[in-house]
Design a protein around this ligand. Structure first.
Ligand code: NAD
Length: 434
């Protein structure tokens, strides 16, 4: 039951963020820290895995560290990582923030990952910050009894992971900035396989309106979650995938169009309607109601005449039709209150402008990240251009002019970014991809 609710919620919130912890990798053979048989039962973390340990107890750090580092590096992604990677690539999920240092999300196919506790791909000199070696090179130095292993400048070589006592890496601030730029759009986070005991990571969910938790045992944030699914990450991800395939009429999943967000459009109406109902004392209520009705009728018109319906995947059709049903339910409640709408302008152009604007902000913030990837820049551009196409389509449906100078200016700015990154994008197709 709650799994279907979770899938419905995912489809209503375009591309929820994902936050993972050690629990998603236990099925790849890497122990977590806090389970009954977790690593902390065997090794004292501060004695052996802190910056203190690196300086004062390097023998302990490397004696306990190297077997664990090797185990992590040799591990393979499990179905949890692989399905997350697939669902991110196909635009069902958004960026992944991980506390893990095992690179298994990337090995499982995810392209957009924030490693807020670092990674074990390399080690860097903590003095000159110039020397970067692979972990194999680091192991070799330790085997040759160079403990702690050192750079030519005399500084200690430290794996690029965050130890107890370290400050957070750039990925942490990057992820926070990006989440905040998206306020008006991507407002759901799903945590998977984390006890959520580690601070400040466990503050991430408070940045979102809606939290779902997938974990084997209780977590610190269970009280704040709308949906909790108990069980193992791999099995639950398989069930989520199976449910999506079922909604796709049993066919293999294909990518959703970049500018496809029927659930978000419905949420705009739902939010307007709920706030109208709760603010009983505002004046001009009649006019307010007319505006919301105008928005609703416009979105209903879009859903009833969604372009290229015959070519759409089963899940796109499901998303359009289920949102149409939700809208019509609100419409009936509205008619009951006040009869049919008068001819008026609604809020929809402004709301979609806000969505486009927040995505543009996110794109700019993303391009400033130290490790920005052209592939993700391209994805963000495709989303914005898809939303612009949708905006223009809704203008035609509405039969009255929207305020267009903003989107036109923005389109020109986007063209500059595509040129700068030499992105290979067919803009005509991208404008149609909603
Ligand atoms: P944690 O050990 O505190 O919590 C893991 C949680 O996952 C537990 O609540 C456990 O019940 C649950 N769990 C275990 N196996 C599961 C499964 N198969 N499916 C679903 N849930 C499962 O881990 P944390 O919250 O990530 O914090 C630990 C810290 O240690 C992290 O900050 C991380 O940097 C580090 N760590 C990383 C790795 C790794 O890279 N794979 C492994 C261990 C620890």
């Amino acid at each position: 039951m709650s799994l279907d609710v979770l899938v419905d919620k995912v489809l209503m919130h375009p591309r929820p963020w994902i936050l993972t912890g050690a629990g998603i990798s236990t099925e790849s053979g890497i122990p977590d820290f806090r389970s009954a048989d977790g690593l902390w039962e065997k090794v004292d973390p501060i004695e052996n895995f802190s910056t203190w340990a690196l300086y004062n107890n390097p023998e302990g750090f490397y004696t306990h560290g190297i077997p664990l580092f090797k185990q992590v590096l040799e591990a393979n992604p499990n179905l949890g990582h692989i399905i997350l990677g697939e669902l991110q690539t196909k635009r069902f999920f958004g960026p992944i923030i991980t506390q893990n240092v095992d690179s298994l999300h990337q090995k499982g196919g995810a392209k957009w990952v924030y490693e807020i506790h670092g990674h074990l791909r390399t080690a860097t000199c903590i003095s000159c910050h110039k020397t970067v070696v692979t972990l194999d090179e680091l192991f070799k130095l330790v085997e040759d009894k160079e403990i702690p292993p050192k750079c030519q400048c005399g500084g200690i070589l430290k794996p690029d992971v965050i130890l107890f006592g370290d400050t957070m890496p750039e990925d942490f601030q990057d992820a926070i900035r990006l989440i905040r730029s998206y306020r008006t759009t991507d407002n759901m986070i799903i945590t998977i396989g984390s006890s959520l005991t580690v601070s400040p990571i466990n503050t991430f969910p408070s940045e979102f309106d809606s939290l779902a938790i997938i974990n084997k045992s209780v977590t610190i944030l269970d009280r704040d979650a709308e949906i909790i699914i108990k069980g193992s990450a791999g099995a639950i991800m398989q069930k989520i995938r199976a449910r999506l395939v079922e909604l796709n009429n049993g066919e293999e999943l294909v990518s959703l169009p970049a500018g496809f967000l029927p659930g978000r459009l419905t949420t705009i109406i739902l939010d307007l309607w709920e706030s109208f109902l709760t603010k009983k004392k505002t004046f001009n209520r009649g006019e307010q109601l007319n505006k919301i009705m105008a928005d609703l009728l416009l979105v209903e018109k879009l859903f009833l005449n969604y372009p290229r319906m015959d070519k759409r995947s089963g899940i796109e059709k499901y998303m359009i039709n289920s949102n149409l049903i939700k809208l019509q339910k609100i419409k009936n409640e509205m008619i009951e209150m006040r009869g049919n709408a008068k001819n008026t302008n609604g809020y929809m152009p402004r709301s979609i402008n806000d969505i486009i604007n927040s995505h543009y902000k996110a794109l700019i913030i993303y391009t400033r990240q130290y490790n920005s990837e052209p592939e993700i820049v391209k994805e963000l551009v495709l989303q914005i251009v898809g939303f612009i196409g949708l905006y223009k389509h809704m203008e035609i449906l509405d039969m009255q002019e929207f305020e267009n100078s903003f989107v036109d200016e923005l389109y020109d700015k986007i063209l500059k970014i595509t040129n700068k990154y030499e992105l290979d994008i067919d803009m005509v197709k991208a404008l149609d991809n909603y």
